[in-house]
Design a protein around this ligand. Sequence first.
Ligand SMILES: [Zn+2]
Length: 405
Amino acid sequence: MKKISSPAQGRDARVPGARIGRPKLIKHINLRRVFDLIRDAGEISRAQLSRATGSSMTTASKTVDRLVAMGLIEERGLETSDSRGRPSLIYTVAKTSSQIIGISLEPHRCRLVKASLDGSFSPGDVVTFSMPSTYSELMGQLRIETRRLMTPACRTLFIGMSVPGAVDMAAQKILISPNLHILDGQRPGRDLQKSVKVETRLVHETIGTCLAEQIYGAARGVKNFVLIGTYEGFGLSAIVNGDLLTGAHGFAGEMGHVVMQPDGLLCGCGQRGCLETLSTDPAFLRLLGARLGKAITFSELHTRLQAGTLRVDAEINQTLDYLATGAAAAINIFDPDTLAICSRMFELKREVFPDLVHRMAGKTLRPLSDRCKIIRIEGDTLRGGVAAAVHHIVTSLGPRMDWLD
Ligand SMILES: [Zn+2]
C-alpha cells in the first residue's frame, strides 16, 4: 500500500490552483477509503485504521471524527485489541444513530424499508401497500409511511427510490412508465424530498438491482458486471471498472430499443420490433396468449405446467433466441467478468437457463464467452432502492481508492 504524501510535499503544489484543490481532494480520498475499510471490515479501531491506510494516527482520527459527525459511522464500544491489553474504541458503519430508507414503486404495490448504511435491513421491517390509482394518492400514502419510518432518535440521511419505466436520471424524471402510467412525466423522488426534507434519489429499477448485486450479491468485488432484467422490459445496467455506467444523460444500457424487426410490434418507445418486444417475459406471455386466445399470467402458467395441460416449448424457444442475441451482444460490447440475467422463464423448466447459455455461445465472440461467467439471479427492486441510497452516500464521499493498493 502506498502512503499518501502530504499536499505541500507533492510536485503538484507548483501547479496553479493545486494548493487549493489537492488538500480537499485528499480529505475526500481519506473519507471514502476509511468508510470503505470500516464497511468491509465490519468493525475497526483508530489504530487498525491508521495501519490499514498507512496514514498517521492524527489523520486517521480526524477522518473518523468527520465520519462520526456526518452520521456515517458510530462507536460500538471499547475493546481490547492491542498486545498491551489497552482497550480502544471500535467503530462500525452507523446502525442505530443514522439510517437510510429504500423505496420500490412497482406496478401493483409500493414497498419501503429503513436500513443501515451498509444496506442491511430486517425483512420484518418492510412496509407494503397496494399501488393507488392516482399519483397524488400514491404520494400522500408514501409521505405518511416514510414519516413513520423517520424517528428523531435515528437520523435519516438519504432515500433511494427504485422505479419502472424510462427515467431521465439527470432530471430525476420518469418520462414514461408503460406498466405504471400514473408515474408518466412525474418526479416522485423530488416530490417526496420536498415533503419529508430528506434528499431522495430516483433510479431505474434495473440500475437499482445492479447496485444491489454490487452490495449484496453476484457483483460484490466484480469490476465488470452486466445485469439484464426481462421482467417488464429489456433493462440493462453495467458496472464498468467498478463504476456504474450512466452515459451522458443517464440512459446508458437502453439496448432493449434496438430494432430487430422493422415491421414488428409497436413498442412502448414508438418504434416497431424493438428487442424488448421479442425477448422479454411479457413478449413470451404475449406469444402464448396469442396461441391460447386469452391472456395468461406466470402463476396460471405454473399451475397448468404442473398439471401437464399446456406445452410452452415453441414460445420459449422463440423468446429465448432473441434474449440470447441481446445477452450475447451485451457480452460483445461490455466484455464483463459476470453477466447476470433475470427472467421468470427460468422458473418454468430446469432446462431453460442452460438452453439460453447454449444459444448465447453461438452468438458471442468466442474468447469473450469463454471468459464471461453467466448466471441467473432473482432481482429484488426494494433492495435496489436501498442500494441506490448506499451508492449515493458512498460515491458522494469521494473517489474509490483501490488504485492506491
Ligand atoms: Zn422500443
